[in-house]
Design a protein around this ligand. Structure first.
Ligand SMILES: [Zn+2]
Length: 251
C-alpha cells in the first residue's frame, strides 16, 4: 500500500500551527496573522509539502496546520496563494463542514491550488487511550473519507494532541500512511515518523525565529523540554497538564 515515490524530508524543519487569528490570540495554540505573515516572509521559496515534487527552491520548512479550522481558508490560503507557497492541512473528518471548520468546497478549492491534505483522525480522540481496534478505525475511516472526496491517496496523518506510540505507528503504516506526524520537537530524518515544532502564542518573534532556525543549543533544549514535558504530563495527568500549559505560557 505504501506509495513508492516518496518525498525526502531529511533535514526539514516541520512546523505545526492551529488557528490563525486577526487581532488578539485567545488560546495557547493561536497565532496572530501578523506573526504568520512574518513567518511566510522568512520561509520565502524554501517550503515543502508531503507530496513528490511539492516544494519550492532549496526546501527547508514544512508548514502544517492541524484541526481544519476556517482560518485555514479565510486567512492562510489567500496569503499562501499570493506568495506561491504550499502547505499541508490535517483534517478531522467528523468536523468537516461544522461551524468554525473547513467544508468540502473550501478544501477542494485549496487542493486545486496545490495545497496538501492529510488526516488528523476521524473524531480527534486521544489515540493512545482507546482500544487499538478503534485507533485503527480512526486511521482508516478518515483516510478513506478524504480519498473518496479528493480522488487521490492520502499519505500523511497527524496524531491528535501529538499522542502516539510505537504500536500506533505500526497500525498507521499498516493502514497505508507513509508519514505519521507527532508534536515532538526536532528536525525530520529519513523515517516516516515526523516531528513537528509548535508555533504558538507563547512565542514572540524571536522565539519563532529560534524554532524555525534552531541552533545546536536550541536542539538540545528541545530534547530536554520533551523529556520534562513527558515527566510533567505523567505526574499531572493530561487534563491538568493542558491547564498548566495554558497558564504557564499564556497571559
Ligand atoms: Zn488537533
Amino acid at each position: 500500500m505504501h506509495d513508492a515515490a516518496g518525498v525526502s524530508l531529511k533535514g526539514m524543519v516541520p512546523l505545526v500551527l492551529h488557528r490563525i487569528v486577526r487581532g488578539q490570540t485567545e488560546v495557547w495554540e493561536d497565532v496572530s496573522e501578523e506573526q504568520f505573515r512574518r513567518m511566510l516572509d522568512f520561509i520565502g521559496e524554501r517550503w515543502a509539502v508531503f507530496r513528490p515534487g511539492g516544494s519550492g527552491r532549496d526546501p527547508r520548512w514544512m508548514l502544517t496546520f492541524d484541526d481544519g479550522y476556517l482560518s485555514d481558508y479565510d486567512i492562510v490560503f489567500p496569503l499562501l496563494v499570493e506568495r506561491n507557497i504550499q502547505a499541508t492541512f490535517f483534517l478531522i473528518t467528523d468536523k468537516i463542514g461544522a461551524p468554525g471548520y473547513l467544508d468540502w468546497a473550501q478544501i477542494k478549492e485549496m487542493r486545486r491550488h496545490g495545497m496538501c491534505f492529510g488526516s488528523h483522525s476521524r473524531s480527534h480522540r486521544r489515540m493512545n487511550t482507546i482500544p487499538l481496534a478503534e485507533a485503527r478505525e480512526e486511521f482508516a475511516v478518515s483516510k478513506t473519507v478524504i480519498e473518496d472526496k479528493l480522488g487521490e491517496q492520502v499519505a500523511v496523518f497527524s496524531y491528535p494532541y501529538g499522542e502516539c506510540s510505537a504500536q500506533l505507528h505500526r497500525a498507521g503504516f499498516d493502514v497505508g500512511y507513509r508519514y505519521l506526524c507527532s508534536s515532538a520537537h526536532g528536525i525530520a530524518g529519513a523515517s516516516g515518523t515526523v516531528p513537528r515544532n509548535s508555533i504558538n502564542s507563547g512565542l514572540d518573534w524571536n522565539g519563532i525565529e529560534r524554532v524555525m532556525d534552531p541552533s545546536a543549543g536550541t536542539r538540545l533544549r528541545w530534547h530536554l523540554e520533551d523529556l520534562v514535558k513527558h515527566v510533567i504530563k505523567g505526574a499531572l495527568g493530561r487534563e491538568r497538564y493542558m491547564k498548566w500549559r495554558n497558564k504557564a505560557f499564556h497571559g
